[in-house]
Design a protein around this ligand. Structure first.
Ligand code: AMP
Length: 116
């Protein structure tokens, strides 16, 4: 757990969030400022500031989130039929504002490309 990390504190239940999923490695909760009718964040419980901090030993958690948690959540949240977008903002130019790795799941409307 990283000091003063808001997402570590959500994972540790120190501050409340609208949780939609939890297992021993990951947590998912509704985004506080939703950018789509459905907007959920999936985070690893183990702190990593961004994708750039992931190490080879993190392969299993990254695969777990991508291959299991996100598809299962997309189905549970009713996004599988219409499709959805997964976004991992990274660093300043990537628009990352919270320095704990998170996967945005956005759905419930048609997305545009390119993103802003
Ligand atoms: P990013 O800009 O990619 O770092 O995304 C951070 C996201 O976290 C933003 O969409 C925020 O709305 C969201 N966020 C920040 N604090 C909270 C919180 N306490 N609970 C839920 N979502 C949050």
């Amino acid at each position: 757990m990283a000091e003063n990390c808001i997402f570590c504190r959500i994972a540790g239940k120190e501050i409340p969030a609208d949780l939609v999923y939890e297992d021993d490695q990951a947590v998912a909760f509704k985004d506080l400022e939703p950018q789509a009718p459905m907007h959920v964040l999936v985070i690893p419980k183990k702190h990593a500031a961004s994708l750039l901090e992931l190490q080879p030993e993190d392969n299993a958690i990254a695969a777990h989130i991508l291959c299991e948690v996100i598809p299962a959540l997309a189905r549970k949240l009713g996004l599988a039929a219409g499709g959805f977008r997964v976004v991992v903002n990274t660093g300043e130019d990537g628009g990352q504002s919270v320095r704990h790795l998170h996967f945005h799941i956005l759905g419930g409307r048609s997305m545009q490309w390119p993103p802003g």
